[in-house]
Design a binder for this molecule. Structure first.
Ligand code: ATP
Ligand code: CA
Ligand code: CA
Length: 184
């Protein structure tokens, strides 16, 4: 995939239950497919990427393995950032390469994702292990206002009750991990 500016909105779903949401999504959007994704986020000992809001991710799913770089988020209404992804034919080799130059997996996120196409946008229904259920809506060719409008429309059509989540799954996972360190 060529370099793109990723533009997406993430919503934590409170209701309706996933089973019903799936049904109503299939009525208004085109189902593309589903996959289990295992994401490993890499960083060096100085946490150079995390501290500058960048990410290096190895994603292993049923169908393929890919390596993605994400640049810092632009200061804006929706999450927008440079994203570059390439297919990886040998996951072990890429891990060896990264570890040899000081980059190690620091966080793992596992989820089941269903993808749909809705009015030119990609809609993902995510069940994230340990974190819950989320809906992401991504469309890289439209401006922020348009993406917000499209998102509001979809939320109304699907009757979703939820909350906008600005943090990434990795950030949510990291905060859970540190929460887990205190025993009270
Ligand atoms: P995609 O949209 O590419 O499929 P995703 O939906 O699985 O990814 P997101 O929550 O959208 O995951 O984004 C991944 C994010 O994780 C990036 O925003 C990246 O900057 C962030 N990230 C990676 N490692 C860390 C970390 N250790 N602490 C906080 N954030 C991190
Ligand atoms: Ca995305
Ligand atoms: Ca995302």
């Amino acid at each position: 995939m060529p370099n793109v500016i990723e533009r997406e909105i993430k919503i934590r779903i409170l209701s309706p239950p996933l089973r019903l949401l799936r049904e109503s999504l299939r009525a208004v959007a085109v189902y593309i497919g589903a996959e289990e994704q295992l994401d490993y986020y890499f960083d060096n000992e100085h946490r150079q990427l995390t501290s500058s809001d960048r990410a290096l991710r190895l994603r292993i799913s049923n169908a393929r393995t890919e390596l993605t770089y994400k640049g810092p988020k632009e200061n804006s209404l929706v999450k927008s950032r440079l994203e570059a992804t390439t297919a990886v034919s040998d996951a072990k080799a890429i891990v060896t390469i990264l570890e040899s130059i000081g980059y190690r997996p620091i966080l793992k996120v596992r989820k089941f994702r269903e993808n749909y196409s809705y009015e030119g946008a990609t809609v993902s229904l995510d069940e994230v292990e340990g974190l819950g259920e989320f809906l992401e809506i991504e469309q890289n060719d439209i401006n922020e206002e348009e993406l917000l409008t499209l998102t509001n429309k979809l939320i109304t059509v699907l009757n979703i009750k939820g909350a906008r989540e600005k943090r990434s799954y990795a950030e949510l996972m990291a905060s859970m991990a540190s929460d887990g360190l205190s025993f009270e």
